[in-house]
Design a protein around this ligand. Sequence first.
Ligand code: SF4
Length: 260
Amino acid sequence: MTRDQIFEFFRRLAEANPSPTTELDYINPYTLLVAVVLSAQATDASVNVATGPLFKFITTPRQMIAFGEDRLREAIKSIGLFNTKAKNVVALSQALIDRHEGEVPRVRDELEALPGVGRKTANVLLNTAFGEETFAVDTHVFRVCNRTGLAPGETVDDVEAKLEKIVPQPFRRDAHHWLILHGRYTCKARLPECWRCPVIDLCRYKPKTSPPGERIKAPTAKPSAARTSSRGSSKARTAKGPTASKPRAGHNRSRPSRRP
Ligand code: SF4
């Protein structure tokens, strides 16, 4: 995309949703950190169900340590990987007490040194809790950036580096939220909803989808043709294909006031 097209891409997403934010419920930087750690390979909605009751009485690392790993595990058992996540949340809470006087640091390296915290989580914290212009690349951002041609890359790090380079002001602060929401609600992994997409004319993805009522039903494939198609599909699962939804490395979420 050209610089003008990139500006227009974000201008339209911003017009549709002027104040994007995370869909994870949180109270302060610490509870946001806990929620983001819990959201790995889980939906924001499922995390909110578990953290709703929890954050009524736990909002600091010290309260979490007093609560303990066993009770935390029980409180979050509806979320995938709850054993590991409970361990990490307790460990990172202790690390915050030991190294940062119970406060969440605003420094990337210090965030990434916490148990269970990777680059994507650090980016979310720096952006959403502290207002920094960072670009957290999750599965939705990775897919949208590749499909549209906005910031194509083989890995999440490639995509993040490209976003760093190309996203113009005044969109840098909220860019990752717009991209996440666009991927979650419009440019969906299995079937993008191109017919209602605000950036359809800017997007390079070729097989644009039509509204449900206008789709032509595919003829039933013969067995041999189906096998061929199946083999071919592995090739289609490239970063630019319709099924390209998984980043190669690393892994949010948000309730739009209006969907982008
Ligand atoms: S036109 Fe389709 S593929 Fe392109 S960004 Fe919009 S929904 Fe995604």
